[in-house]
Design a protein around this ligand. Structure first.
Ligand code: HSE
Length: 328
């Protein structure tokens, strides 16, 4: 057994949006919305979830963070069967903002740091992708910025792009949940050649636009025929947003991941932000549901790790992060 290196770590990990329209399961972007995970070895496993919206998440050894940490320990040959874990998240669950990817990446980063950072970023990407089933969200949460990735079921390859400094992100988060499973089941098993070529073109153009800073090209590139048309019936108002958001000042709009959150890329110098926000919220307003708007920016880095020193042992996770969180 190897000694653990640090007694307690706190990891701040960003949310993410996946697909960006045409890049189904391949493109992602880290966002300035965060979850925090603390982890330390303990006499007895104790998992505390702070904040609202966490009901239903297990607090025993079936907890995802616990299981991911054990996978890291096994891989590096360390035995830490009992863990103290705390988590607080500002990332709404099952809304298409990568909450589970953030939990996986946060758990990997915490467990890896606890055991002396033996696993490389590439190794963490491979583990995270296998757990998630696609690299878009986990890649973004792990590397920050914009991620362009590919996965063949065995290995994930990924390149990080630096987001343009003028890119701002408006998300409109509906007040209902949509499971990724349900949103993936809505997709067909196969596509026509025309639709495949359409998406290769748009996705390639989008990567080139984001890499070169040609933000004006985003409106032509952020179009998709692989998943959005099939998911539209699950999100009332989505079709209208995709069709008209650029008329209200967006650079482009997409379903965020598997939804139901809608996302618009915006030039931060735009004078039409209020108008756009209103359009998104009104479009998503239906009989029994509404939406909440959040203005975010691309997050430039992956997990940020803090190691409190022993004199700070009594400081709880919530005390530690209170200046940083957006909701209570
Ligand atoms: N690329 C995934 C999807 C993201 O669209 O289903 C959600 O996990």
């Amino acid at each position: 057994m190897i000694e653990t290196v640090h007694p307690r770590v706190i990891v701040k990990v960003p949310a993410s949006t996946a697909n960006l329209g045409p890049g189904f399961d391949t493109l992602g972007m880290a966002l300035s919305l965060y979850a925090w995970i603390e982890m330390s070895a303990s006499e007895k496993t104790e998992i505390t979830l702070y904040g609202s919206g966490m009901s239903g998440i297990p607090t025993d050894k079936s907890n995802l963070i616990y299981k991911v940490a054990q996978q890291v320990f096994q891989e590096v040959g360390v035995s830490i069967p009992e863990l103290r874990i705390g988590m607080y998240s500002d990332i709404p669950l099952t809304r298409g903002l990568g909450s589970s990817a953030s939990a996986i990446v946060g758990a990997l980063a915490a467990a890896n740091h606890l055991t002396g950072s033996k696993l490389s970023q590439d190794r963490l990407l491979q583990i995270a992708t296998k757990l998630e089933g696609h690299p878009d969200n986990v890649g973004a949460s792990l590397m920050g910025g914009i991620i362009v990735s590919a996965w063949d079921g065995e290995r994930a390859e990924a390149i990080r792009l630096e987001p343009h400094p003028d890119l701002e992100v408006l998300v409109a988060i509906p007040d209902f949940q949509l499971s990724t499973d349900k949103a993936r089941h809505a997709l067909p098993e196969s596509y026509t050649k025309q639709d495949a070529v359409y998406n290769v073109g748009r996705s390639s153009l989008l990567v080139a636009a984001l890499a070169s800073g040609e933000l004006g090209m985003i409106r032509h590139a952020m179009k998709d025929r692989l998943h959005q048309p099939y998911r539209a019936s699950l999100i009332p108002g989505m079709e209208q947003i995709l069709a008209e958001a650029t008329e209200y000042g967006a650079l482009g709009a997409a379903l965020s991941g598997a939804g139901p959150t809608m996302l618009a890329l915006v030039d931060r110098r735009s004078r039409r932000k209020q108008e756009l926000e209103q359009f998104l919220l009104t479009s998503l307003q239906h009989q029994h549901s509404g939406a909440e708007a959040r203005w975010l920016v691309p997050c430039l880095e992956g997990p940020v790790i803090t190691v409190p020193d022993s004199s700070e042992d009594d400081i709880t996770l919530m005390e530690w992060i209170k200046g940083d969180i957006t909701a209570c």
